[in-house]
Design a protein around this ligand. Structure first.
Ligand code: HGY
Ligand code: MN
Length: 421
């Protein structure tokens, strides 16, 4: 017995929260720095695989037909009355950084289909829930990896060959965890894609609202820099005879901050999140330094200038310091991606009809939505984060009420899109 499709729908807040907390226990660890339970579910580790199995079990309980593709992307499909219609897709990721909170990526899609299922609501279009592989990019070095392959920006072979710091390939880890699925990775274009995600920043809280209608994602540039110098005795080697790779790495970090502070690159943000020196011993001048540079910028031209000027600085450094050689390797790079205005309007209308205040904002973080936007009209819903919106940290937090209201907006948005021609 099916029920008429309502104009708005609310989800089961307690069940949503229980699932969020249950998933957060998979890969949980006791974080010494914060004294909190953090989450460590690096892509295609045993913890991630356990999280995947849990999500698949929830999908099947909610009556979804589940498929896994050759990138390990998982899709749960709920049929509509018109099986030939392109589905409305929602989703995100469940892989995490190594010091994550409970909310990054895990919000909502399954709770929406559970709610439709229990109310006997059947939409015209099918609805699919996607879980994309290696969104964070911190194990295999390229972010939004599974969704980028699904959307055709990156090839399956490229992705399968990527290695982690221990030299394991993504292809091998898919096979080891049993998520080297049989279905083709290229995703047939959905009719629309809507992702609900915690903001991971302070903007919604600063504006006193719980819901964000996301207008797009800023540009991202990741590169690895290796500085080759010369190991030498820390006591006997005069300064002028040194080729100190550690010093050069420090000069790069200071230069990046000067570029940001100069204001010449718009709203550039720069982060050196990974830095190692070799042989990493007290009394040896570093022979080698490896660092990653993460640049973010909403303005593609300003991003390009920043990349060019950083490259110029690296070659100046090499010229100025005898015995130093620098190499760089591009890890990831995506432009500013604007989201679809019509889908944004549907989200804003759903938030209005739920009586929820909202603002529009650009995403500072990368998301799978920026990749799926290449296939179909796409936009995102943000839910407010607490504690200045801290994320990639066990302190990441959003309240049960805020999460539920965000997933209400997702549910109503998906309903409306799934009813459209
Ligand atoms: O790095 C990012 O922007 C996202 O958290 N993957
Ligand atoms: Mn995320």
């Amino acid at each position: 017995m099916t029920s008429p499709v309502p104009d708005t729908i609310t989800v089961d807040a307690d069940r949503l929260w229980r699932s969020l907390m249950d998933l957060a226990e998979i890969g949980a660890y006791d974080d010494e720095r914060t004294g909190l339970r953090g989450v460590n579910r690096l892509a295609l580790t045993d913890a991630d695989a356990a999280g995947r199995r849990q999500v698949i079990a929830w999908m099947e309980e909610a009556g979804l037909a589940v498929r896994v593709d050759r990138m390990g992307n998982i899709y749960g499909r709920r049929e509509g009355t018109d099986p030939t219609a392109a589905p409305v897709l929602t989703g995100s990721h469940i892989d995490s950084v190594v010091t994550a909170g409970a909310f990054d990526g895990c919000l909502g899609g399954i709770e929406v289909v559970r709610t439709l299922h229990e109310h006997g609501i059947v939409t015209r279009r099918p609805i699919e829930v996607g879980v994309f592989t290696e969104e964070e990019g911190v194990r295999f070095g390229t972010d939004m990896l599974g969704s980028a392959v699904a959307a055709g920006r990156l090839t399956l072979d490229y992705a399968h060959a990527l290695t982690d710091r221990d030299g394991r390939t993504l292809g091998d880890e898919l096979a080891r965890t049993g998520f080297d699925g049989p279905t083709d990775v290229r995703l047939d274009p959905p009719c629309a894609y809507v992702e609900c995600h915690i903001e991971q920043g302070p903007v919604l809280a600063e504006n006193g609202v719980g819901i964000g209608v996301v207008t797009g994602v800023q540009g991202i540039s990741w590169q690895e820099i290796t500085v080759h110098g010369r190991a030498a005795h820390a006591g006997t080697t005069p300064t002028q005879l040194r080729a100190d790779a550690g010093l050069a790495a420090a000069e790069i970090i200071v230069r990046l901050r000067a570029m940001v502070d100069s204001g010449e690159y718009g709203e550039l943000r720069a982060t050196v999140g990974h830095l190692t020196v070799h042989p990493d011993l007290t009394n040896i001048v570093p022979a080698r330094a490896e660092l990653t540079v993460d640049l973010r910028n909403p303005d593609d031209a300003a991003m390009a200038r920043a990349e060019e000027d950083l490259a110029a600085f690296l070659s100046e450094l090499e010229d100025a310091r005898p015995g130093l050689a620098l190499t760089t390797r591009r890890m990831a790079g995506t432009p500013h991606v604007p989201f679809d205005e019509t889908v944004q309007k549907v989200i804003a209308g759903a938030a209005d009809d739920h009586g929820l205040a909202h603002i529009s904002l650009l995403s500072g973080a990368g998301h799978d939505a920026q990749e799926i936007a290449a296939l179909c009209p796409t936009a995102m819903i943000f839910v407010r984060g607490e504690y200045d919106g801290i994320s990639h940290n066990p302190r990441e937090y959003s309240t049960p009420e805020t999460c539920a209201r965000g997933v209400d907006v997702l549910a109503t948005t998906l309903l409306r899109l799934a009813g459209q021609d």
